[in-house]
Ligand binder design. Structure first.
Ligand SMILES: *[C@@H]1O[C@H](CO)[C@@H](O)[C@H](O)[C@H]1NC(C)=O
Ligand SMILES: *[C@@H]1O[C@H](CO)[C@@H](O)[C@H](O)[C@H]1NC(C)=O
Ligand SMILES: *[C@@H]1O[C@H](CO)[C@@H](O)[C@H](O)[C@H]1NC(C)=O
Ligand SMILES: *[C@@H]1O[C@H](CO)[C@@H](O)[C@H](O)[C@H]1NC(C)=O
Ligand SMILES: *[C@@H]1O[C@H](CO)[C@@H](O)[C@H](O)[C@H]1NC(C)=O
Ligand SMILES: *[C@@H]1O[C@H](CO)[C@@H](O)[C@H](O)[C@H]1NC(C)=O
Length: 318
């Protein structure tokens, strides 16, 4: 071994086996300035034009969270419950992305349910574990909470819409610290990207006791016929759901309707991401051994690059 290689090896060994490594410094801090947010992968669809492997994470969700200060780890589908539990205790929050899998029977759903139930338990026990659902993620959360699929078809496949805020929006955790002019833009301009066929109608939400008790509606929209919920947050848990796509404005550049890259659209994207990352700041990493935080960090970074480079798992998709 040449001298630099030995030095690197020695440094790495010291980090892994002798404490305390530089990255374990956050253990006793009240704020974790760069939280680790998991993004759940999902099955590729049979009709995918350019499949890379059998599952994927759209790159825009990773960029969206990283641009707001998070470290992101991909979470594979098809893992065991034990593996998901281990990951759960190593991350500070989870994002369920948009996509097009079956939200009752997919492996995506199976994993989402495991994390949802762990998040309920952790939050009940005084921990702080935030969940975020975008589009399919929104729908998935509604199906898990209601234990029933209450979605209905709407004509919202590629449209930009302004949000119709409810009176609760202003004092909500999600929107309360958004600048006033941004709230105005969200309310007036067609800047939220909608790419969904299915929606949770205000009617079905109102008629379902479980959903009504669990989520506070922050905004609605309509396709001209049916009113549906476009933003909601849980009353008692740090769970958030948007039927629209904040990650698309800055990070997806496909030439089709339903996209908007204006200043206010990009600002809205950043503020939602920054909000969620800040929610992930609330608890330090659960580090039980002096070196385990460091180890997990390298493990995840390694895992991330392996997936990105070797398996081409992370690619652009809507
Ligand atoms: C998950 O498991 C199913 C079979 O149960 C298999 O068809 C699929 O390829 C697996 N997906 C991944 C990403 O491993
Ligand atoms: C820390 O993680 C372990 C499992 O790795 C878990 O049993 C424990 O409850 C966690 N503690 C907190 C405070 O989350
Ligand atoms: C309500 O949910 C049912 C499924 O349980 C669905 O068939 C129906 O279309 C929904 N109605 C509305 C108005 O959302
Ligand atoms: C803008 O929003 C309005 C109100 O929802 C809608 O009627 C209109 O079609 C939208 N325009 C575009 C270009 O999406
Ligand atoms: C975007 O697509 C439209 C037609 O769908 C086309 O007229 C326009 O030139 C395209 N713009 C770019 C920048 O490719
Ligand atoms: C995007 O939204 C802005 C308002 O923020 C609007 O002026 C612009 O026309 C929209 N662009 C497209 C392509 O819809």
């Amino acid at each position: 071994m040449s001298l630099p290689v030995v030095a690197v090896f020695a440094a790495l060994t010291a980090c892994l086996f002798c404490g305390p490594p530089p990255c374990a410094a956050g253990r006793n801090e009240q704020l974790n300035y760069r939280p680790i947010i998991g993004v759940l992968a999902q099955e590729n669809l049979p009709g995918d034009q350019s499949p890379h492997g059998s599952s994927y994470i759209a790159a825009s969700y990773v960029k969206y969270l990283e641009s707001a200060g998070a470290r992101v780890v991909p979470i594979r589908i098809n893992l065991t419950e034990e593996e998901y539990t281990k990951i759960f205790f190593s991350i500070n929050g989870l994002l369920l992305p948009g996509g097009d899998v079956d939200i009752e029977t997919s492996q995506f759903t199976r994993a989402a349910k495991i994390f949802y139930s762990l998040a309920l338990k952790a939050n009940d026990a005084g921990d702080y574990f935030p969940l975020w659902g975008t589009c399919q993620g929104f729908q998935q959360l509604s199906v898990i909470t209601a234990n029933k699929n209450l979605l209905t078809l709407t004509d919202t496949k590629a449209v930009t819409l302004p949000l119709t805020f409810t009176p609760a929006a202003k004092s909500s955790r999600l929107f309360q610290s958004f600048p006033k002019d941004l709230m105005q833009s969200l309310a007036d301009e067609n800047i939220t990207s909608n790419f969904h066929m299915w929606s949770l109608s205000t009617q079905n939400y109102s008629r379902n006791a479980k959903l009504k008790k669990f989520y506070k509606v922050l905004s609605t929209n309509t396709d001209g016929k049916k009113e549906f919920i476009s933003t909601m947050e849980a009353y008692r848990y740090p769970f958030y759901a948007v039927q629209w796509h904040p990650e698309k404005s800055p990070f997806e550049w496909i030439n089709k309707s339903g996209m908007n890259h204006s200043t206010s659209a990009v600002r809205a994207s950043f503020y939602t991401a920054r909000f969620f990352v800040t929610e992930g700041n609330m608890v330090p990493l659960n580090v039980s051994l002096p070196w385990s935080g460091c180890f997990q960090h390298y493990l995840f970074v390694h895992f991330y690059f392996l997936q990105a480079l070797l398996l081409n798992l992370i690619h652009l998709k809507c």
